[in-house]
Design a protein around this ligand. Structure first.
Ligand code: DQQ
Length: 572
């Protein structure tokens, strides 16, 4: 691949310029010549990604829709902005976008949760009884499963929760079980025998497992003699999630309702700082999950998101008949920055999640409600981006925006050959094949949160490769030049997806920019990349720039580009 396109030499006075200049990638490595302003700035707080008014949050817990209200619980430190003292924070909403904080739902006050009220799930049993099962840590740091129920079901916000008398309902006992690696129960589902089931994340004989438990009344549980699924390719699985999907159907399924013929099941697990999943079949007779393909190398397991997105949890939204997934996105500044800021952690935008028509890959898209925040649409049609072109997208609030763009390939002849070994470390490949490195087709995409002279910028881009059977699209979200601050974690995230370019020449990109959050959906939601960035430009003058670009040798058309400024959501 040829090297090219030094961002800093671009002529930025024109909105549509060429940059046929040759240089190496090292031009991105700017020295910190500036006096960098403090990280303690309201400008880094998100305007429409969920976060509470202050302090630390991590995993989303027990999401549910009940009597007209969406509930979002979350791991919360009431005393500070680092992980610790964990209880369940609670917010409610009618639209998944604007949130009202209410009292914490679960606090540390019984022996089986005195050291922490950790992750868990909500299930609605008997038609209208919400019930939460969550992990508690006791004073020996053993992990036990506990139950809470709403004190008053007719309170629309379900503000108060009462602990069951028989807590803990599940003890960390049984052959091969590690008592300090036994947590994060799933939402329950009912089997043909009328019994409830849940899966609990665990380390079983040193390996990752989703252990299966059964109950008649949701209060008394018995461990099934085999796990729902386990794998010797990894150790402990956190936050398992288990749900059904119908190939090619974006409607969701309730795992406790009758599952239609042709449905597949998905087992998601959190490990290696990311959320992975397997698609397969749930054998009801044997009560086991069988993945369609078993991959011994877990680097090849499918991912929900290729960026900063962990401990996700999905729920069936009976209001709109869809499945929605939430994930936690951590800060990527330092712990001392978080202490100074007084807050840490956000949740990604809730996403509708479904299975593609081949039954192979999950697709995700921001819930439609987010579009209610859009204002001041700007749109461009029929742009053409030749090699080296950069088009400035003006007229929106570039630090709080929703951008949708279609890139149409004028030819697929120049696709560079695909090397399957890249799949083992896609981030490494994104570092090597950066936004300035010319390829046959691509890189093309968006540059967001860019300072005047491009010293700071975040590039979200695609590159097209020809593999033996098909075309493989690389999507990267490259944070290496996202901030002049030192000590930030600035990887180049990346993921691949297969795409039938013989049938369809348009590759779509949607990017939600929300101050310190850049959340991108490539190829109609085939690859999602959530990222955190702390550009100085956001604080100093707020005047960040946004561009569409192409640095590949093949010309790319942009039949449609739309962008909106985003209003602030209520989540205070
Ligand atoms: N976070 C919780 C655990 C879970 C982990 C503790 C995942 O229950 O395994 O805050 O981020």
């Amino acid at each position: 691949m040829a090297q090219g396109w030094p961002f800093f030499l671009l002529v930025l006075f024109s909105s549509y310029v060429s940059n046929h200049l040759v240089n190496g990638e090292r031009v991105f490595l700017f020295p910190q010549s500036h006096k960098v302003s403090s990280i303690v700035s309201k400008r880094y707080r998100t305007a429409y990604h969920f976060q509470p008014p202050k302090n630390w949050i991590n995993d989303p817990n027990g999401p549910m829709y009940y009597n007209g209200i969406y509930h979002e619980f979350y791991q919360y430190n009431p005393n500070g902005s680092l992980w610790g003292n964990i209880i369940w924070g609670h917010s409610v909403s009618t639209d998944l976008i604007n949130w009202i904080p209410v009292e914490p739902a679960i606090e540390r006050d019984i022996p089986s949760d005195i050291n922490g009220c950790w992750t868990g799930s909500a299930t609605i049993i008997s038609g209208d009884q919400p019930i939460i099962i969550y992990t508690g840590a006791d004073k020996e740091n053993r992990q036990l499963q506990n139950i809470v129920l709403p004190k008053n079901k007719s309170d629309p916000y379900l503000r108060e929760w009462t602990k069951a008398g028989n807590n803990p309902v599940i003890q960390p006992v049984g052959p091969g079980l590690n008592a300090s690696q036994f947590r994060d129960p799933t939402t329950g589902w009912i089997g043909p025998d009328g019994l409830w089931r849940i899966a609990v994340g665990a380390e079983l004989n040193g390996y990752g497992a989703a252990l299966l438990y059964k109950s008649q009344d949701f209060l008394n549980w018995t461990r099934v003699d085999h796990p729902l699924y386990s794998s010797n390719a990894s150790s402990m699985w956190e936050c398992p999630d288990f749900f059904a999907v119908l190939p090619g159907n974006s409607g969701g399924l309730d795992l406790s309702a009758e599952i239609p013929n042709g449905a597949k099941h998905v087992l998601k697990m959190s490990l290696d700082s990311c959320d992975k999943y397997m698609i397969g079949v749930y054998d009801l007779k044997r009560d086991t999950f069988m993945p369609d393909s078993v991959l011994d190398d877990r680097r090849l397991w499918s991912r929900i998101d290729h960026g900063n997105f962990y401990a996700s949890k999905s729920f069936f939204d009976s209001k709109k008949g869809r499945r929605i997934i939430w994930g936690w996105t951590n800060e990527t500044d330092s712990s001392s920055d978080d202490v100074a800021k007084g807050w840490a952690g956000i949740h990604a935008i809730p996403r509708t999640i479904w299975l593609d028509s081949y039954g192979k890959q999950l697709l995700q898209w921001p819930v439609e409600e987010i579009e209610s925040l859009r204002r001041n649409e700007i749109s461009h049609q029929g742009l053409e981006l030749k090699k080296g072109d950069l088009f400035e997208i003006k007229g929106t609030d570039t630090s709080q925006a929703d951008v949708e763009v279609d890139f149409e390939l004028t030819s697929i002849d120049n696709a560079d050959p695909f090397d399957p070994s890249w799949l083992l470390d896609v981030e490494k490949h994104c570092r090597e094949a950066g936004a300035s490195v010319q390829g046959g087709i691509g890189p093309f995409g968006l540059v967001v949160l860019a300072s005047d002279n491009m010293e700071e910028h975040t590039a979200v881009h695609f590159r097209v490769y020809k593999s033996q059977q098909s075309y493989m699209i690389l999507m990267c979200s490259d944070l290496r030049w996202s901030s002049l601050r030192s000590g930030m974690y600035t990887p180049a995230y990346g993921g691949f997806f297969e795409f039938d370019l013989q049938k369809e020449r348009k590759i779509s990109l949607r990017t939600l920019i929300d101050r310190s959050a850049v959340e991108s959906f490539g190829g109609g939601g085939r690859v999602c990349i959530m990222a955190r960035v702390y550009p100085v430009v956001l604080v100093d003058d707020g005047g960040a720039h946004m561009y569409a670009f192409n640095n590949g040798s093949t010309t790319v058309r942009v039949p449609q580009l739309r962008a909106w400024s985003m209003s602030r959501a209520e989540h205070k």
